[in-house]
Design a protein around this ligand. Structure first.
Ligand code: SF4
Length: 329
């Protein structure tokens, strides 16, 4: 591990200033991904700025009837918060499907959004990797790619986004609040994470001098008809091969509104609004669910070891839609 300095910050304006003048510095809160990356020599910050004392650790109601989750609220605090459990159970369920209790006690909202891919080659500094060192190549494309992406890939990277929480946030259409040297701004969740394209080393649209301050949940929480289905190699403490967050609004057997977000299949939480629209006004049945899955995988591409995911995600979507539709109506 490379030597680094450590400082602790007390206010947001100071940390924004500090990160703006030192591109090699990094924020640390729970550290559940960053410390691993540092131990493997993948992340080599010159300096760690400890942000755990910033006043970003509250869950509060918003004026428009939604809920704001501070960037430093831990994943466990969010999952077990009474308001989240009652109004946004999809989010609770997704968080509790991820990591372990110990990790969820440390990991924060902001850190969850910024965690890096778990591509094996990315963590192995003995191999090339366009995400770790741009221009060196992507050994996963012709290598062992069982966990890799089937949607939105590029010739430069086929890594997947690892979070469970973010898949639920994508389905709920959350908004990310950030602040930087140019002031505050909000980023719709669908625009926060990026596809790899020819810049796979850039995971998000957060600027170098910006910090996440909170995530806002809209008023509509889809608390009646929802599910988070996660398929993985073992039943706990494993990343998703495929995951599906579903949020439905039902009118009897008819679908009035449908949101679907997928994990384990792309470089970002994957939504296909065209496929979601296909479900509107339709009956909740196998035939309509299957038609929706065909639209979602139309442009899917397997790379050998991960080709099974194309069929797996179709089946997972149908099962998840069925589970969500059959809840309280
Ligand atoms: Fe690196 Fe992406 Fe290729 Fe993995 S898939 S080796 S992260 S470039």
């Amino acid at each position: 591990m490379k030597s680094f300095s450590y400082t602790r910050a007390d206010d947001v304006a100071t940390v924004v200033n500090e990160i703006g003048v030192d591109n090699a510095a990094k924020f640390i809160a729970g550290g559940t991904n960053l410390i691993d990356l540092m131990k493997e020599n993948v992340a080599r910050p010159s300096r760690l700025i400890d942000i755990t004392r910033l006043p970003l650790n509250k869950i509060e109601n918003t004026e428009d009837g939604g809920l704001q989750i501070g960037a430093l609220v831990t994943n466990a605090e969010t999952a077990y918060n009474g308001q989240v459990e009652k109004r946004y159970p999809l989010l609770s369920k997704a968080i509790l499907a991820g990591a372990s209790p110990q990790l969820r006690n440390m990991a924060t909202t902001g850190g969850n959004l910024l965690q890096r891919t778990r591509c094996y080659y990315f963590y192995d500094t003995a191999t090339p990797c366009n995400k770790r060192e741009p221009g060196t190549g992507c050994p996963a494309i012709d290598g062992f790619n069982r966990i890799h992406a089937i949607l939105g890939t590029s010739e430069h990277c086929i890594a997947t986004h690892p979070s469970d929480m973010c898949i639920a946030l994508a389905a709920l259409k959350a908004v990310v609040r950030v602040t930087g040297n140019n002031g505050d701004r909000t980023i719709p969740f669908a625009e926060f994470h990026r596809l790899p394209g020819d810049t796979p080393h850039i995971d998000t649209n957060l600027q170098a001098d910006e910090i996440i301050t909170a995530v806002d949940l809209p008023a509509k929480g889809f608390a009646k008809n929802y599910t988070y289905l996660k398929l993985r190699d073992r039943t706990s403490y494993a990343f998703a091969l495929v995951s599906v967050a579903v949020a439905l609004e039902m009118d009897g057997d008819q679908i009035k509104q449908a949101r679907l977000a997928l994990g384990g299949v792309a470089h970002k939480p994957w939504r296909n609004t065209e496929a979601e629209a296909m479900l509107l006004g339709k009956s909740a049945n196998q035939e309509n669910f299957q038609a929706c899955t065909e639209a979602i995988v139309r442009d899917a591409k397997g790379f050998g070891h991960n080709t099974f995911k194309i069929e797996l995600v179709k089946r997972a979507i149908v099962r998840a839609l069925k589970q969500a539709a059959e809840m309280e109506q």
